[in-house]
Ligand binder design. Structure first.
Ligand code: AMP
Ligand code: MN
Ligand code: MN
Length: 356
Protein backbone atom coordinates (compact mmCIF):
# COMPACT_ATOMS: atom_id res chain seq x y z
CA UNK A 1 0.00 0.00 0.00
CA UNK A 2 1.75 3.11 -1.13
CA UNK A 3 -1.02 5.62 -1.13
CA UNK A 4 -0.45 8.37 1.35
CA UNK A 5 -3.04 8.33 4.08
CA UNK A 6 -4.47 11.55 5.44
CA UNK A 7 -3.09 12.23 8.88
CA UNK A 8 0.00 10.10 8.48
CA UNK A 9 3.46 11.44 7.93
CA UNK A 10 3.88 12.60 4.37
CA UNK A 11 0.17 13.37 4.04
CA UNK A 12 -0.66 16.36 1.93
CA UNK A 13 -1.48 19.50 3.82
CA UNK A 14 -3.92 21.86 2.21
CA UNK A 15 -2.44 23.31 -0.94
CA UNK A 16 0.87 21.49 -0.62
CA UNK A 17 2.41 19.53 -3.45
CA UNK A 18 2.92 15.77 -3.09
CA UNK A 19 5.91 15.09 -0.94
CA UNK A 20 5.84 18.61 0.37
CA UNK A 21 3.63 17.86 3.34
CA UNK A 22 4.51 18.14 6.98
CA UNK A 23 7.78 16.59 7.96
CA UNK A 24 9.25 15.77 11.33
CA UNK A 25 12.67 16.72 10.13
CA UNK A 26 11.83 20.40 10.32
CA UNK A 27 14.07 21.26 7.39
CA UNK A 28 13.30 24.54 5.67
CA UNK A 29 11.48 24.05 2.39
CA UNK A 30 11.92 26.42 -0.51
CA UNK A 31 8.82 28.36 -1.48
CA UNK A 32 7.46 26.82 -4.65
CA UNK A 33 5.20 28.52 -7.13
CA UNK A 34 1.60 27.67 -6.33
CA UNK A 35 0.13 24.79 -8.29
CA UNK A 36 -3.50 24.57 -9.32
CA UNK A 37 -5.85 25.84 -6.59
CA UNK A 38 -8.45 23.75 -4.77
CA UNK A 39 -11.32 25.14 -6.84
CA UNK A 40 -9.63 24.07 -10.05
CA UNK A 41 -8.91 20.58 -8.74
CA UNK A 42 -12.52 20.25 -7.62
CA UNK A 43 -13.75 21.41 -11.01
CA UNK A 44 -11.66 18.72 -12.71
CA UNK A 45 -12.89 16.03 -10.32
CA UNK A 46 -16.50 17.10 -11.02
CA UNK A 47 -15.97 16.96 -14.79
CA UNK A 48 -14.50 13.47 -14.52
CA UNK A 49 -17.23 12.35 -12.14
CA UNK A 50 -19.92 13.37 -14.63
CA UNK A 51 -18.23 11.84 -17.69
CA UNK A 52 -18.86 8.32 -18.96
CA UNK A 53 -16.08 8.55 -21.49
CA UNK A 54 -12.77 10.34 -21.08
CA UNK A 55 -10.49 10.93 -24.08
CA UNK A 56 -6.80 11.33 -23.23
CA UNK A 57 -4.14 12.83 -25.48
CA UNK A 58 -0.47 13.67 -25.13
CA UNK A 59 1.99 15.54 -27.32
CA UNK A 60 3.27 14.15 -30.61
CA UNK A 61 6.42 12.00 -30.59
CA UNK A 62 5.61 11.22 -26.98
CA UNK A 63 8.37 10.97 -24.40
CA UNK A 64 8.25 9.10 -21.09
CA UNK A 65 6.49 11.98 -19.32
CA UNK A 66 3.78 12.44 -21.95
CA UNK A 67 2.92 8.77 -22.50
CA UNK A 68 3.69 7.58 -18.97
CA UNK A 69 1.51 10.21 -17.29
CA UNK A 70 -1.33 9.63 -19.74
CA UNK A 71 -1.32 5.84 -19.32
CA UNK A 72 -1.12 6.10 -15.52
CA UNK A 73 -4.16 8.37 -15.35
CA UNK A 74 -5.89 6.25 -18.00
CA UNK A 75 -5.51 3.09 -15.89
CA UNK A 76 -6.94 4.93 -12.87
CA UNK A 77 -9.95 6.21 -14.83
CA UNK A 78 -10.59 2.76 -16.23
CA UNK A 79 -10.47 1.26 -12.73
CA UNK A 80 -13.16 3.84 -11.81
CA UNK A 81 -15.38 2.36 -14.53
CA UNK A 82 -14.90 5.11 -17.10
CA UNK A 83 -14.61 4.33 -20.77
CA UNK A 84 -11.12 5.54 -21.65
CA UNK A 85 -9.37 6.10 -24.96
CA UNK A 86 -5.84 7.47 -25.21
CA UNK A 87 -3.84 8.61 -28.19
CA UNK A 88 -1.32 11.04 -29.66
CA UNK A 89 -1.60 12.85 -32.94
CA UNK A 90 1.35 11.60 -34.98
CA UNK A 91 0.64 11.00 -38.65
CA UNK A 92 2.49 7.70 -38.32
CA UNK A 93 1.00 6.43 -35.10
CA UNK A 94 3.45 4.16 -33.30
CA UNK A 95 4.69 3.99 -29.72
CA UNK A 96 8.42 4.80 -29.70
CA UNK A 97 10.44 1.62 -29.24
CA UNK A 98 11.97 2.78 -25.98
CA UNK A 99 8.50 3.27 -24.44
CA UNK A 100 7.29 -0.15 -25.49
CA UNK A 101 7.65 -1.40 -21.90
CA UNK A 102 5.02 0.98 -20.51
CA UNK A 103 2.01 -0.94 -19.17
CA UNK A 104 -1.57 -0.17 -20.13
CA UNK A 105 -1.09 0.35 -23.85
CA UNK A 106 -4.36 -1.42 -24.63
CA UNK A 107 -5.95 1.99 -23.92
CA UNK A 108 -4.27 3.40 -27.03
CA UNK A 109 -6.15 4.03 -30.24
CA UNK A 110 -4.82 5.67 -33.41
CA UNK A 111 -5.84 9.33 -33.90
CA UNK A 112 -8.41 8.30 -36.54
CA UNK A 113 -10.29 6.30 -33.89
CA UNK A 114 -10.21 9.14 -31.34
CA UNK A 115 -13.61 10.77 -30.64
CA UNK A 116 -14.05 13.67 -33.07
CA UNK A 117 -15.90 15.80 -30.53
CA UNK A 118 -15.13 14.42 -27.05
CA UNK A 119 -17.27 15.58 -24.14
CA UNK A 120 -14.22 15.48 -21.90
CA UNK A 121 -10.67 15.48 -23.18
CA UNK A 122 -7.56 15.60 -20.99
CA UNK A 123 -4.16 16.54 -22.44
CA UNK A 124 -0.79 15.62 -20.96
CA UNK A 125 2.58 17.39 -21.21
CA UNK A 126 1.45 19.39 -24.24
CA UNK A 127 2.39 23.07 -23.99
CA UNK A 128 0.28 24.23 -26.93
CA UNK A 129 -2.66 23.06 -29.02
CA UNK A 130 -0.23 22.55 -31.92
CA UNK A 131 1.76 19.98 -29.94
CA UNK A 132 -1.28 17.70 -30.09
CA UNK A 133 -0.66 17.26 -33.81
CA UNK A 134 -3.65 15.64 -35.51
CA UNK A 135 -5.59 15.67 -32.22
CA UNK A 136 -5.55 19.49 -32.07
CA UNK A 137 -8.72 19.35 -34.20
CA UNK A 138 -10.42 17.05 -31.68
CA UNK A 139 -9.42 19.33 -28.80
CA UNK A 140 -10.85 22.32 -30.65
CA UNK A 141 -14.21 20.55 -30.87
CA UNK A 142 -14.23 19.03 -27.40
CA UNK A 143 -16.76 20.36 -24.90
CA UNK A 144 -14.24 20.42 -22.06
CA UNK A 145 -10.45 20.19 -22.32
CA UNK A 146 -8.41 19.76 -19.15
CA UNK A 147 -4.78 20.70 -19.78
CA UNK A 148 -2.33 18.94 -17.45
CA UNK A 149 1.19 20.26 -17.92
CA UNK A 150 4.30 21.76 -16.37
CA UNK A 151 5.65 23.94 -19.19
CA UNK A 152 6.04 27.56 -18.12
CA UNK A 153 5.15 28.63 -21.65
CA UNK A 154 1.75 26.89 -21.47
CA UNK A 155 -0.87 29.61 -21.80
CA UNK A 156 -3.72 27.18 -21.07
CA UNK A 157 -5.35 26.26 -24.36
CA UNK A 158 -8.16 24.24 -22.81
CA UNK A 159 -11.22 25.04 -20.71
CA UNK A 160 -9.48 24.08 -17.45
CA UNK A 161 -5.75 24.26 -16.62
CA UNK A 162 -3.88 22.03 -14.23
CA UNK A 163 -0.55 23.66 -14.96
CA UNK A 164 2.33 23.89 -12.51
CA UNK A 165 5.64 25.20 -13.87
CA UNK A 166 7.34 24.26 -10.60
CA UNK A 167 6.52 20.57 -11.16
CA UNK A 168 9.51 18.56 -12.40
CA UNK A 169 7.27 16.57 -14.72
CA UNK A 170 3.65 16.27 -15.79
CA UNK A 171 3.84 12.97 -13.88
CA UNK A 172 3.89 14.98 -10.63
CA UNK A 173 0.47 16.46 -11.45
CA UNK A 174 -0.73 13.09 -12.74
CA UNK A 175 0.14 11.47 -9.41
CA UNK A 176 -1.81 14.10 -7.51
CA UNK A 177 -4.81 13.68 -9.83
CA UNK A 178 -4.72 9.92 -9.25
CA UNK A 179 -4.82 10.40 -5.45
CA UNK A 180 -7.56 13.01 -5.69
CA UNK A 181 -9.61 10.61 -7.80
CA UNK A 182 -9.33 8.12 -4.96
CA UNK A 183 -6.95 5.90 -6.86
CA UNK A 184 -3.80 4.32 -5.54
CA UNK A 185 -0.48 3.27 -7.01
CA UNK A 186 -0.03 -0.23 -8.31
CA UNK A 187 3.14 -1.27 -10.07
CA UNK A 188 1.77 -0.59 -13.56
CA UNK A 189 0.53 2.90 -12.73
CA UNK A 190 3.75 3.65 -10.86
CA UNK A 191 5.79 2.54 -13.89
CA UNK A 192 4.15 5.19 -16.07
CA UNK A 193 4.68 7.90 -13.48
CA UNK A 194 8.27 6.81 -12.86
CA UNK A 195 9.01 6.92 -16.59
CA UNK A 196 7.75 10.53 -16.59
CA UNK A 197 9.65 11.60 -13.49
CA UNK A 198 12.90 9.91 -14.50
CA UNK A 199 12.74 11.19 -18.08
CA UNK A 200 12.10 14.82 -17.25
CA UNK A 201 14.64 15.04 -14.44
CA UNK A 202 17.30 13.53 -16.72
CA UNK A 203 17.39 10.48 -14.49
CA UNK A 204 17.32 12.61 -11.33
CA UNK A 205 20.22 14.80 -12.44
CA UNK A 206 18.60 18.11 -13.42
CA UNK A 207 18.10 21.01 -11.01
CA UNK A 208 14.38 20.13 -10.93
CA UNK A 209 15.31 17.10 -8.78
CA UNK A 210 14.02 18.40 -5.44
CA UNK A 211 13.49 16.45 -2.21
CA UNK A 212 9.83 16.18 -3.27
CA UNK A 213 10.93 14.47 -6.49
CA UNK A 214 12.90 11.87 -4.53
CA UNK A 215 9.97 11.39 -2.18
CA UNK A 216 7.68 10.77 -5.13
CA UNK A 217 10.24 8.35 -6.59
CA UNK A 218 10.29 6.52 -3.25
CA UNK A 219 6.49 6.10 -3.34
CA UNK A 220 6.72 4.76 -6.89
CA UNK A 221 9.64 2.42 -6.27
CA UNK A 222 7.87 1.03 -3.19
CA UNK A 223 5.32 -0.61 -5.53
CA UNK A 224 8.02 -3.03 -6.63
CA UNK A 225 9.32 -1.31 -9.75
CA UNK A 226 12.45 -2.62 -11.37
CA UNK A 227 14.27 0.70 -11.71
CA UNK A 228 17.28 -0.97 -13.33
CA UNK A 229 15.11 -2.49 -16.05
CA UNK A 230 13.27 0.78 -16.65
CA UNK A 231 16.56 2.69 -16.89
CA UNK A 232 17.88 0.20 -19.39
CA UNK A 233 14.73 0.47 -21.52
CA UNK A 234 14.77 4.26 -21.45
CA UNK A 235 18.45 5.05 -21.91
CA UNK A 236 20.76 2.12 -22.40
CA UNK A 237 19.50 0.32 -25.49
CA UNK A 238 19.75 1.10 -29.20
CA UNK A 239 19.89 -0.84 -32.44
CA UNK A 240 23.46 -1.23 -33.75
CA UNK A 241 22.71 1.26 -36.54
CA UNK A 242 22.40 4.02 -33.93
CA UNK A 243 26.12 3.75 -33.21
CA UNK A 244 26.87 4.41 -36.88
CA UNK A 245 24.42 7.29 -37.19
CA UNK A 246 25.73 8.79 -33.94
CA UNK A 247 29.28 8.49 -35.25
CA UNK A 248 28.37 10.38 -38.44
CA UNK A 249 26.59 13.12 -36.50
CA UNK A 250 29.46 13.52 -34.02
CA UNK A 251 31.98 13.57 -36.85
CA UNK A 252 30.39 16.71 -38.25
CA UNK A 253 29.64 18.38 -34.89
CA UNK A 254 30.79 21.99 -34.76
CA UNK A 255 31.93 24.14 -31.89
CA UNK A 256 31.49 27.86 -32.30
CA UNK A 257 31.50 30.52 -29.56
CA UNK A 258 29.85 28.58 -26.78
CA UNK A 259 27.58 26.64 -29.10
CA UNK A 260 28.01 22.99 -30.08
CA UNK A 261 25.71 21.65 -32.75
CA UNK A 262 25.17 18.92 -35.31
CA UNK A 263 22.42 17.33 -37.36
CA UNK A 264 21.01 13.92 -38.31
CA UNK A 265 19.34 13.77 -41.69
CA UNK A 266 16.64 11.44 -42.88
CA UNK A 267 19.22 9.89 -45.23
CA UNK A 268 21.59 9.20 -42.31
CA UNK A 269 18.87 7.20 -40.62
CA UNK A 270 17.59 5.54 -43.80
CA UNK A 271 21.04 4.03 -44.44
CA UNK A 272 20.57 1.96 -41.28
CA UNK A 273 16.78 1.65 -41.26
CA UNK A 274 16.72 3.69 -38.08
CA UNK A 275 13.31 5.11 -37.03
CA UNK A 276 13.17 8.78 -35.99
CA UNK A 277 12.58 8.09 -32.31
CA UNK A 278 15.92 6.26 -32.05
CA UNK A 279 17.81 9.56 -32.49
CA UNK A 280 15.65 11.63 -30.13
CA UNK A 281 18.16 11.40 -27.28
CA UNK A 282 21.28 12.31 -29.26
CA UNK A 283 21.34 15.75 -27.66
CA UNK A 284 22.40 14.05 -24.43
CA UNK A 285 25.69 13.07 -26.03
CA UNK A 286 26.29 16.36 -27.84
CA UNK A 287 25.59 18.54 -24.79
CA UNK A 288 28.56 16.95 -23.02
CA UNK A 289 30.99 19.34 -24.74
CA UNK A 290 32.49 21.38 -21.88
CA UNK A 291 33.37 24.27 -24.13
CA UNK A 292 29.76 24.94 -25.03
CA UNK A 293 27.04 26.62 -22.99
CA UNK A 294 24.36 25.68 -25.51
CA UNK A 295 23.91 22.46 -27.52
CA UNK A 296 21.70 21.94 -30.54
CA UNK A 297 20.83 18.82 -32.53
CA UNK A 298 18.70 19.05 -35.67
CA UNK A 299 16.86 15.80 -36.38
CA UNK A 300 15.10 15.41 -39.69
CA UNK A 301 11.82 13.57 -39.33
CA UNK A 302 10.18 11.26 -41.85
CA UNK A 303 8.29 14.16 -43.43
CA UNK A 304 11.50 16.12 -44.02
CA UNK A 305 11.05 18.74 -41.28
CA UNK A 306 13.83 19.41 -38.78
CA UNK A 307 13.00 18.79 -35.13
CA UNK A 308 15.42 20.95 -33.19
CA UNK A 309 16.54 19.88 -29.70
CA UNK A 310 18.30 22.52 -27.63
CA UNK A 311 19.95 22.43 -24.20
CA UNK A 312 21.49 25.09 -22.00
CA UNK A 313 23.74 24.76 -18.96
CA UNK A 314 21.89 27.63 -17.28
CA UNK A 315 23.17 30.97 -18.55
CA UNK A 316 20.97 30.97 -21.66
CA UNK A 317 17.19 30.57 -21.71
CA UNK A 318 16.77 28.21 -24.67
CA UNK A 319 13.05 27.96 -23.81
CA UNK A 320 12.64 31.64 -24.72
CA UNK A 321 14.59 31.19 -27.96
CA UNK A 322 12.59 28.12 -28.99
CA UNK A 323 9.30 29.78 -28.09
CA UNK A 324 10.28 32.72 -30.31
CA UNK A 325 10.95 30.22 -33.09
CA UNK A 326 7.49 28.69 -32.77
CA UNK A 327 8.31 25.89 -30.32
CA UNK A 328 8.55 25.78 -26.56
CA UNK A 329 10.06 24.05 -23.57
CA UNK A 330 11.92 24.92 -20.41
CA UNK A 331 14.82 27.25 -19.54
CA UNK A 332 17.45 24.54 -20.03
CA UNK A 333 15.69 22.14 -22.45
CA UNK A 334 13.53 23.20 -25.33
CA UNK A 335 12.74 22.52 -28.96
CA UNK A 336 10.97 23.61 -32.09
CA UNK A 337 10.24 22.50 -35.64
CA UNK A 338 11.98 24.10 -38.63
CA UNK A 339 10.91 23.77 -42.25
CA UNK A 340 14.04 25.53 -43.51
CA UNK A 341 17.32 23.80 -44.35
CA UNK A 342 20.13 23.19 -41.85
CA UNK A 343 22.07 26.37 -42.66
CA UNK A 344 19.04 28.66 -42.50
CA UNK A 345 17.78 26.98 -39.35
CA UNK A 346 21.12 27.48 -37.61
CA UNK A 347 21.47 31.07 -38.87
CA UNK A 348 18.13 31.95 -37.31
CA UNK A 349 19.00 30.19 -34.05
CA UNK A 350 22.42 31.91 -33.80
CA UNK A 351 20.81 35.27 -34.35
CA UNK A 352 18.46 34.83 -31.39
CA UNK A 353 21.26 33.33 -29.30
CA UNK A 354 23.39 36.43 -29.96
CA UNK A 355 20.54 38.79 -29.15
CA UNK A 356 19.79 36.97 -25.89
P1 AMP B 1 13.44 17.49 -26.72
O1 AMP B 1 14.66 18.22 -27.18
O2 AMP B 1 12.66 16.90 -27.83
O3 AMP B 1 13.76 16.51 -25.64
O4 AMP B 1 12.48 18.56 -26.06
C1 AMP B 1 12.88 19.35 -24.98
C2 AMP B 1 11.75 20.19 -24.50
O5 AMP B 1 11.30 21.05 -25.56
C3 AMP B 1 10.52 19.40 -24.08
O6 AMP B 1 10.04 19.99 -22.89
C4 AMP B 1 9.51 19.58 -25.18
O7 AMP B 1 8.23 19.65 -24.66
C5 AMP B 1 9.91 20.89 -25.82
N1 AMP B 1 9.76 20.79 -27.28
C6 AMP B 1 10.46 20.02 -28.12
N2 AMP B 1 10.07 20.17 -29.40
C7 AMP B 1 9.07 21.08 -29.37
C8 AMP B 1 8.23 21.67 -30.38
N3 AMP B 1 8.33 21.36 -31.67
N4 AMP B 1 7.31 22.57 -29.96
C9 AMP B 1 7.19 22.90 -28.64
N5 AMP B 1 7.95 22.39 -27.67
C10 AMP B 1 8.89 21.49 -28.01
MN1 MN C 1 7.36 15.92 -23.08
MN1 MN D 1 7.28 16.89 -19.33
Amino acid sequence: MTRRQPGTQGARTEGARPGEGTSDAGTARPELAAGPDETTWQHVLDLIERADEVALACHVSPDGDALGSMLAVGATLRAMGKHVVASFGDREFAVPRLLGFLPGQDLLVPPAAFPAEPDLMITFDSSTLDRLGLLAANASKAREVVVIDHHRSNAGFGTVSLIDPSAAATAVLAEELIYRLGGSLDRDIATGLYAGLATDTGSFRHSSTTPAVHEMAARLVATGLKTDEIARELWDRSPFGYLKVLAAALERAQLEEGLVWTYVSHADRAAYGLPYDEVEGMIDVVRRADEAEVAVVLKQDDLGAWQVSTRSKGAVDVGAICTALGGGGHHNAAGYTSHEDVEQTMARFRELLRMG
